[in-house]
Write a protein that binds this ligand. Structure first.
Ligand SMILES: [Mg+2]
Length: 163
């Protein structure tokens, strides 16, 4: 089972109201351009791993995969997969549809994609992938993600997974 997360306004939040994970850079990495990881991410990833999920990033940003993995590594987190805009373009290149989706997590076997954009939810209905939308200001966001991941797990186990 793979869960994918959007980055901007989902896991990387610059809103002053949104708390972020503390991080202490080792002296030899003080140059690293760190971005604010949303508070709750570390605990959420640990719980998802315990429930048997692999974790990936699916973003429309051009950040390099190496940079994204490093950003999470600084918080002790591993990523199984990173799809950035360049990778995404390869994925949708051969799609027949004129209006291509901004994301297509089903193509990387993601069972559940987490995003802040309602547009992605609509794309999920058009292109048959499962999405959960969380607001960057929602302080209950990790509970929502966990609850949804549990119901997806149950659906998969019972052989009735739906997008
Ligand atoms: Mg976003």
């Amino acid at each position: 089972m793979l869960i994918t997360f959007d980055l901007d306004d989902t896991l990387i939040c610059w809103q002053p109201e949104t708390p972020t994970e503390p991080v202490k850079l080792p002296w030899h990495q003080k140059w690293f351009p760190i971005e604010p990881l949303r508070y709750g991410t570390v605990d959420l990833f640990r719980k998802l791993r315990n429930y048997g999920w692999q974790i990936g990033i699916y973003t429309t940003s051009h950040r390099k995969s190496k940079y994204i993995k490093k950003l999470f590594n600084l918080h002790g987190l591993e990523l199984d997969l990173v799809i950035n805009q360049d990778e995404h373009e390869k994925i949708v290149k051969n799609l027949k549809e004129k209006r291509k989706p901004s994301k297509l997590p089903s193509r990387v076997n993601s069972h559940l994609h987490i995003d802040d954009s309602e547009g992605v939810l609509v794309e999920g209905q058009r292109f048959q992938f499962r999405a959960l939308i969380v607001d960057p200001l929602d302080s209950n966001w990790t509970k929502k993600v966990l609850a949804e991941s549990i119901s997806v797990t149950q659906m998969i186990e019972q052989g009735c997974y739906r997008t």
